[in-house]
Design a protein. Structure first.
Length: 320
């Protein structure tokens, strides 16, 4: 059975072999695929893997042999799921694979922002330490995490894993999620409205999915309610933040800073205001990319294919 991978470079840039998937068919991989190339590359393939290459109704109409679209990610907005259902095409995703990787990255960014370890290293290389009379020097104040409030918006698997790390640092946890639930280990944590969590958090971490109702909900109004020293962390979706509003707030020093792994457009347009905003630490959507997480993603994708071939598909996503 022919299996086509449309954009395999992200999952396997050379360190994560396709062997688990290759066990289930004849695999043809492309590092990247443009919209114009999609139909030609997918012809005669009943199984297609995509990460970010769109598969819409028109494309599916030109691929009558297509039976399974395996999304190598959790988010599946690149696929017209309703169109797939109408054409008898199964769509599956990988719902859980990068929980620990993302949680770890939250604190990698936060600690980097607070401690400025790399900047201090560069300062030593420039001779700044050597020119001082003191045994110690620092470029900016360094704050302890212990005793401060860590706000989490979205309390699914990743939100919970991040909050557990926050507890280990001695942070007090405050939570907002669409549904309040009892989670073991968080009995002493406080739940609140979005406004309450935003206003009381020293560090605010976003872990909610992007929906029509929360698009750009972190805007000037909510940012204006944050503490002037607060730091915003986003490893979820760039569209949750009104980027110009955040850039303006950073320029006016309304908040302490922002640590962002995701932006509204990736890679960002040169005009994105956050590229030049002060006190803004950016990473290129790498929170999910730990090698362990990518190997897990590869294996679950292979499991999705195997289950489909056995007539018992798993991790199936539905429209609506």
């Amino acid at each position: 059975m022919k299996i086509v991978v449309l954009d395999g470079h992200t999952l396997n840039p050379g360190d994560n072999p396709w062997s688990p998937v290759e066990a289930h068919g004849d695999v043809v991989t492309y590092d990247r695929t443009s919209a114009e190339q999609t139909v030609a590359r997918c012809e005669s393939a009943p199984i297609v893997l995509t990460n970010k290459v769109p598969l819409d109704a028109d494309t599916m109409d030109q691929l009558p042999q297509l039976k399974l679209i395996a999304v190598t990610a959790t988010g599946y907005n690149v696929v017209d799921v309703a169109a797939a259902e109408a054409r008898g095409i199964t769509v599956c995703n990988v719902p859980v694979y990068s929980t620990q990787s993302v949680a770890q990255h939250v604190f990698a960014m936060l600690l980097s922002f607070i401690h400025r370890s790399e900047a201090h290293h560069e300062a030593i290389g420039e001779g700044q330490w050597q020119k001082r009379n003191n045994f110690s020097f620092w470029l900016s104040p360094i704050n302890e995490l212990t005793g401060k409030t860590f706000g989490v918006i979205g309390f699914g698997r990743i939100g919970q894993a991040t909050a557990k790390l926050a507890q280990a640092f001695g942070l007090k946890i405050m939570i907002h999620s669409r549904t309040q639930k009892d989670v073991p280990g968080f009995e002493s944590s406080r739940w609140g409205s979005i406004e309450e969590v935003v206003a009381e958090s020293d560090y605010l971490s976003l872990h909610c999915p992007l929906t029509e109702t929360n698009n750009q909900f972190i805007n000037s109004e909510l940012i204006g309610q944050m503490q002037p020293t607060a730091i915003l962390v986003n490893t979820a979706r760039g569209g949750l933040i009104h980027e110009q509003d955040l850039a303006d707030a950073l320029s006016k020093q309304q908040i302490g800073g922002a640590c962002l792994d995701v932006l509204s457009s990736e890679p960002p347009e040169p005009s994105n205001p956050l590229l030049s905003a002060p006190n803004c630490l950016l990473t290129p959507h790498v929170a999910w990319t730990a090698i362990e997480a990518r190997k897990r993603l590869m294996q679950i994708t292979a499991d999705n294919i195997a289950a489909f071939q056995n007539g018992q598909p798993i991790n199936v996503v539905k429209a609506g």
